[in-house]
Design a binder for this molecule. Structure first.
Ligand code: RIB
Ligand code: CA
Length: 390
């Protein structure tokens, strides 16, 4: 691996995706044809949307970049015929919410899925002063190698960024509602059916459950990319990026008594690297919209450095949702997040259930399933297969 700093990994990851080329995953069921014209804006997108209605309903809550791991997760969900993709809710994290909104809209346009709503959400972490405290945090506890959106000024609007998105500004528009309200409305519309797929800071999810706690028993499942449980964090020695960016929201979210919570922590994400060989497998053969994005954004990176590699945090999380049978090792833990400002700010805590302990878990913590290992061959097959789809 040539890029040794985490900042470089994240920064380049903001411009990259993944995939392999074999068969359809077991959960990749044939589409059921049902009309969903209400979410479609064109004849083309109406066709795409109707093909997916009847699948597993999911909201992707993401800190979207351009062909970063959030974007690849979005492509994987959008390309799976087993998914009814209700919407992308955007949160500040890797990027400012205005940037993430533009990137989500534009990339969905480019792959012909502008039927999928994009809903802007929280522009700042829950607690005021998060950015202002970074200076003290760096001095006291060590310099963060990557601070995401905090690295640049916040844009005024999604159509007034410092630089236009890849492919130009989107022509489709974001939804007028707030992300938290969209999550609430969709969960109420489809009680017991919606998976919230949280691959950025948990701010939108925390706002949704705090403003409308009645949705909690109605959510089918929450799947997070977040935390580093049995390893050091990737931003501070204690904390992984998503839960470091907004520790208070992560704490609220994981302490919410959802029916089911699954966490894909950095512990498993660091076991898989995306390399040029994977890029070559995705981009080979007849052209597609996704292959063009890969070639345009990742091609120059690999041309300059064929040894370049990245992690796949959110794409890996998408694979766990799309085909849970690829998980080979998982553990139940009671999960918490340290939200006390100090060297452990944002640290994820996982208490293994212990029949001899009393009490069995810290008050208020909830059980979650931690994904700790995957069948790599089947992961790559799923990943590449979806990203190569026409
Ligand atoms: O720590 C990795 C996570 O932080 C990923 O979700 C990445 O996209 C960033 O949000
Ligand atoms: Ca992310």
């Amino acid at each position: 691996m040539r890029n040794t700093t985490l900042g470089t990994l994240f920064a380049v990851a903001l411009l990259v995706p993944t995939l392999t080329a074999s068969g359809r995953p077991p959960s990749d069921r044939p589409p059921t044809a049902t009309s969903v014209a209400t979410r479609a804006t064109t004849a083309q997108t109406a066709t795409a949307a109707s093909a997916h209605h009847g699948g597993r309903k999911v909201i992707l809550d993401a800190d979207m970049g351009q062909l970063n791991d959030d974007a690849v997760a979005m492509f994987m969900l959008a390309k799976s015929p087993s998914v009814d993709f209700l919407g992308v809710t955007v949160v500040s994290g890797n990027t400012w919410v205005e940037e993430g909104t533009a990137y989500a809209l534009r990339q969905l346009e480019l792959i012909g899925r502008s039927d999928i709503p994009v809903v802007p959400g929280a522009g700042e972490p829950l607690m005021p002063g998060r950015k202002e405290r970074l200076g003290a945090e760096n001095t006291l506890y060590g310099t963060a190698p990557w601070t995401g959106a905090f690295e640049s000024p916040r844009p005024a609007a999604y159509d007034h960024l410092a630089e236009p998105p890849y492919g130009g500004y989107p022509t489709t528009r974001p939804q007028a509602s707030a992300a938290a309200d969209f999550i609430v409305a969709q969960v109420k519309r489809y009680p017991g059916q919606v998976t919230v797929f949280a691959v950025g800071p948990a701010t939108n999810l925390a706002l949704a459950v705090r403003t409308h706690p009645e949705i909690v028993p109605l959510v089918k499942e929450v799947i997070y990319m977040g935390g580093a449980f049995d390893k050091p964090g990737n931003i501070t020695p204690a904390a992984e990026f998503n839960w470091w960016f907004d520790p208070e929201s992560a704490r609220i979210a994981v302490r919410t008594p959802f029916r089911t919570q699954t966490i894909v922590p950095d512990d498993v994400c660091v076991k898989i690297r995306y390399t040029k060989a994977r890029y070559d497998a995705i981009t080979a053969g007849p052209p597609t919209a996704i292959k063009k994005i890969f070639k345009d954004l990742q091609g120059p990176v690999f041309a300059a450095d064929p040894g370049h590699s990245t992690f796949l945090w959110d794409a890996l999380t998408a694979a766990v949702f799309l085909d849970p049978t690829i998980v080979t090792t998982a553990q139940q833990r009671y999960v918490d997040v340290d939200a006390t400002f100090g060297p452990d700010y944002g640290r994820s805590l996982g208490y293994a259930p212990d029949e001899f302990a009393a009490p069995k878990n810290p008050a208020g913590t909830q059980r979650a399933t931690l994904v700790l290992d995957l069948d790599l061959r089947r992961f790559w097959d799923l990943y590449t297969g979806l990203l190569r789809r026409p």
